[in-house]
Design a protein around this ligand. Structure first.
Ligand code: NAG
Ligand code: NAG
Ligand code: NAG
Length: 582
């Protein structure tokens, strides 16, 4: 209508009216073309854990639907093989070493909610960029990028200080001890055995005394029993306090549940995501759903327990898929599906760590290694899916290298936000590649770090599409073929537990995606050229790294009582203000 009025040649159309019209139409156009952004991130999900990525025994119909209606990224690379650095890179579009979120020690993730380090305030997340463009931004789920700096509630690293308007979730990560007492790792492994042994000894002693087999005086028997009971009480209290300290749920700046209740956490996460979409359906929104699934201990609700072919892990994957389905259904119901850029990925690969002779983590498909290793594909090659119906071709596959860091400039572009010019952004705006208007990814070299140590580099040759991987350092694996690091949950990055390769190991990832047969100057005539090109790229890359305060060094990553978030009177941190109960 406005357009008709204007074209109708209204001679009395004053410059002011014209200006107002232009401003209005611009506002209208930009606002209309800004898609919603829905980002879904699994925790520790392997490349081979989804139906659409070739798994024929796990049921993930909702994520498969996303792939069918969108584009599948088969070479989607995480900047690190562990949560804290990988998520930092995802949110900032920069290698974590640039923000001090790459560790120099063996503890390469935030070790608890009561430690100083975290995502520095002068880093800019894509949420901040989108917020500045009028988006309503929400984070639901896991954070794991720090919380406090100086007191138990200054929240200096909180999501609300990093571009999010709304936050609901666990500021730390899921741990075994967040489970109920029956299945906590503490009970099954460390503390409990002692408790059971002590209890058994006490019982034997008492029975022995009663039936006259033990000649100790009653006084002494009572004294021993008392000590034993105190020991058991101490252990249980220790577990309960530890659980409440490390497992908690925030809504914005308020702790609403401590310890978090896993029994209905999945339902509450879905409810929060659905309600965020419904509250914000009229204006552009960014919603980042960061699942606690499928991190060990893989707690599933009754609906999914024992229903998959792959034990507790499979149940958990299928439950997460169901959660994804509920969120997608909300987009459908509100008519937002075509106006929403939807993305699914995982932060890093499945863990290869064996517990009690069994691998509890995800399946990284044909790729070697997994979580916490520096360069092997299994830890950094993520299932990636993007759907934007009508814009991005449905049911397509993109084999070009892309990075989780690309989401930063890509969503900034969609929102019309300029990316910061005062720093290096390592991610690339991939919108042209996704829309199919260009065929080649701009990524030529990608660097694979283990903490602050560069372990490997990938070279995607622009001219011929060749794909090389050069490893300088690899973790020492168990000789049993399980691809598990030697006796450690997290693989070390340097020292005696890794192997330094000189000449480096070279693999042709197109011919040998499993990195099983290293090439030699005889088997690969260009061996020396490739190695020296990679070397050159590494040197150039390293020149762009400037020293920054490390957020994961020992003092920054050590628990401090005064930083412990606590709903109650420290050390007794218990509360439940959660109103969504199921
Ligand atoms: C499917 O995923 C499960 C669970 O991680 C895994 O055990 C299984 O090997 C996978 N199957 C295939 C064919 O990839
Ligand atoms: C959404 O996009 C798809 C693919 O282009 C199209 O077939 C469908 O009609 C669109 N739906 C709506 C409601 O516009
Ligand atoms: C953030 O501040 C630190 C010093 O505290 C500085 O070294 C770093 O360069 C700054 N980062 C950015 C992106 O400005």
């Amino acid at each position: 209508m406005l357009l008709n009025m204007f074209n109708g040649g209204n001679s009395r159309c004053s410059p002011t009216v014209l200006l107002v019209f232009i401003l209005f139409s611009q506002f209208w156009v930009t606002n209309m073309s800004k898609p919603n952004i829905l980002l879904l991130m699994a925790d520790d999900l392997g490349y081979g854990d989804l139906g659409c990525f070739g798994n024929d025994t796990i049921r993930t119909p909702n994520i498969d639907r996303l792939a069918k209606e969108g584009i599948k990224l088969t070479q989607h690379i995480s900047a690190a093989s562990l949560c804290t650095p990988s998520r930092t890179a995802f949110l900032t579009g920069r290698y974590p070493i640039r923000s001090g979120m790459a560790a120099t020690t063996e503890r390469r993730v935030k070790s608890g909610p009561g430690t100083i380090g975290g995502l520095p305030r002068n880093e800019t997340t894509f949420a901040t960029l989108l917020q500045q463009q009028g988006y309503t931004t929400g984070l639901i789920g896991k954070w794991h990028l720090g919380l406090n700096c100086e007191s138990h509630n200054d929240h200096c690293h909180h999501p609300l200080h990093n571009g999010f308007d709304y936050y609901y979730g666990d500021p730390f990560t899921l741990e075994n001890d967040c489970l109920s007492w029956e299945s906590s790792q503490f009970r099954l492994k460390d503390g409990p055995i002692h408790i059971q042994i002590v209890a058994l000894l006490l019982f034997t002693l008492l029975t022995g005394k009663i039936i006259g087999l033990v000649s100790l005086k009653w006084k002494i028997v009572f004294f021993i029993i008392l000590c034993g009971i105190l020991y058991i009480i101490y252990n249980i209290a220790y577990y309960l306090i530890l659980q409440s300290w490390r497992c908690l749920i925030f809504r914005n700046h308020e702790i609403i549940q401590q310890p978090l209740k896993l029994e209905d956490a999945a339902f509450r996460t879905v409810k929060e995501a659905v309600s965020f979409i419904e509250r914000n359906k009229k204006k552009p929104f960014l919603l980042f759903v960061s699942f606690l699934h499928v991190h060990i201990p893989c707690y599933s609700t009754k609906l999914f327990r024992g229903t998959s072919q792959h034990g507790v892990y499979g149940d958990n994957v299928e439950e997460m898929d169901w959660m994804v389905g509920k969120i997608l259904a909300t987009l459908d119901k509100e008519g937002l599906t075509n106006d929403t850029f939807t993305y699914f990925t995982s932060d890093n690969g499945g863990s290869m760590y064996m517990q009690w002779g069994e691998r509890l983590g995800g399946w990284n498909g044909i790729f070697k290694g997994g979580k916490s290793m520096g360069g092997w594909e299994g830890g950094i090659r993520m299932p990636g899916i993007v759907r934007w119906p009508g814009k991005i071709a449905a049911n397509t596959i993109l084999d070009e290298p892309t990075s989780l860091m690309d989401i930063f400039p890509t969503v900034a572009h969609l929102a019309g936000a300029p990316v910061p010019q005062d720093r290096i952004i390592d991610g690339k705006n991939q919108i042209a590649l996704l829309l199919g208007t260009v065929q080649r990814s701009e990524h030529e070299f990608m660097f694979h770090y283990c903490g602050t140590h560069l372990h490997a580099v990938r070279w995607h040759e622009k001219e011929n599409g060749a794909l090389w991987k050069v490893h300088y350092v690899t973790p020492n694996l168990q000789p049993n073929g399980a691809e598990e690091c030697y006796g450690k949950i997290l693989c070390p990055c340097s020292g005696d537990d890794v192997t330094y390769h000189n000449p480096p190991l070279l693999f042709d990832l197109l011919k040998d995606p499993s990195e099983s047969t290293p090439l030699s100057p005889t088997s690969e005539p260009r061996f020396d050229t490739i190695i020296s090109q990679a070397e050159k790229a590494v040197t150039e890359h390293q020149m762009t790294i400037t020293p920054v305060p490390n957020q994961l060094d020992l003092p920054s990553n050590q628990w401090k009582a005064n930083l412990q978030p606590c709903c109650g009177i420290f050390p007794f941190c218990w509360c439940d203000k959660e109103t969504n109960n199921f």
